[in-house]
Design a protein around this ligand. Structure first.
Ligand code: DGT
Ligand code: MG
Ligand code: MG
Ligand code: MG
Ligand code: MG
Length: 292
């Protein structure tokens, strides 16, 4: 294409490709969600609708970008880990940041009425995002441990704080004072002795955050004609911990003809978990997450 005399301005656009051979983690965080949560009457300390909406927006992102292998969400934030050797958009930082951030944000707004049928969106929410590169698997594991430990610390504090205020009738000032300097065991004890709350009994979603992974499900089917293989080998599982019912296999699937034999296909599905990602078990079961 011949350029006009104006085309030189293109030269001012600088390359911003991210270093190859490194792990990319993108974190999105709600802008001013202290205000947003108040203005939309989020339940304290945890609003399950809000957390599920975040999960749903993150799931939209994973459906669209297959090079994301893992996501972790808590509060108003979500982190996404890319395959180490991803070549997505030639690893251009602003391209990746802007596309994924805008898809997350538009999904959050698009799906809002499903999760908040009785709460209208009073103003448009926005999110910030950054990509950080990590040199090895150690930093990636420590990154996710950092976020999940943060979830635990905040949630234990907030659970104790709001129990004191909502059930104990304490002022917020006094609740702060009562919790000041307490260690984890003292907060557990306070919750149990004063309010009969066993902290470990509260929903894992609140204690552990949300972990999105692509898990393989075996899809064995007898067919004289077609198998259904989801496009790009993935499909989304919105339910927790279980594969989609068979009827949903056809959604976004590509028919593949074969000769009347039973075929077993490994199909990847995005699954939501609320489990420990600090300890080894999670990572040992999924060595592909940290593969080059
Ligand atoms: P930022 O990120 O610097 O723009 O400021 P914020 O206000 O978004 O602060 P941040 O991200 O450190 O903290 C998240 C805020 O979102 C925090 O004020 C509590 C609120 N939030 C998140 N999830 C929930 C929830 O489930 N229930 C309630 N009540 N609030 C929540
Ligand atoms: Mg922030
Ligand atoms: Mg925020
Ligand atoms: Mg936050
Ligand atoms: Mg364009």
């Amino acid at each position: 294409m011949a350029g006009s005399k104006y085309a030189y301005v293109k030269n001012y656009e600088l390359p911003d490709n991210l270093l190859p051979g490194t792990f990319m983690i993108m974190r999105i965080d709600g802008h001013g969600f202290h205000r947003f949560s108040t203005e939309h009457s989020f339940a304290k300390p945890n609003d399950e609708r809000a957390l599920r909406l975040m999960d749903c927006a993150a799931q939209s992102v994973m459906d669209e970008y297959k090079d994301i292998v893992l996501a972790f969400g808590e509060s108003d934030e979500y982190s996404f880990l890319f395959r180490k050797d991803t070549k997505l958009y030639n690893r251009r930082q602003t391209k990746l940041l802007s596309l994924i951030l805008s898809l997350f944000t538009s999904s959050y707004i698009f799906h809002w009425p499903k999760f908040f049928p009785d709460e209208s969106l009073n103003y448009p929410p926005s999110f910030d995002a950054r990509i950080v590169l990590y040199p090895s698997a150690k930093e990636v594991r420590d990154y996710f441990a950092w976020r999940q430990v943060d979830t635990h610390i905040n949630n234990l504090y907030n659970t104790a704080f709001w129990a004191l205020v909502q059930q104990g009738g304490e002022s917020t000032t006094r609740a702060h004072a009562l919790l000041k300097g307490t260690v984890s065991a003292q907060k557990h004890e306070l919750l149990f002795s004063r309010f009969g709350i066993n902290y470990n009994g509260i929903p894992a979603r609140f204690r552990k955050g949300s972990v999105l992974v692509r898990d393989e499900v075996k899809d064995a089917r007898e067919s004289g004609g077609h198998d259904f293989v989801p496009d790009a080998g993935t499909r989304t599982d919105l339910s927790e911990g279980s594969p989609l019912p068979d009827s949903s296999l056809a959604a976004g699937a590509t028919p593949v003809a074969h000769q009347g034999k039973k075929k077993v296909k490994a199909i990847k599905t995005v699954r939501i978990l609320h489990e420990d990602i600090v300890r080894n078990e999670f990572w040992d079961a999924r060595p592909e997450l940290l593969d080059g």
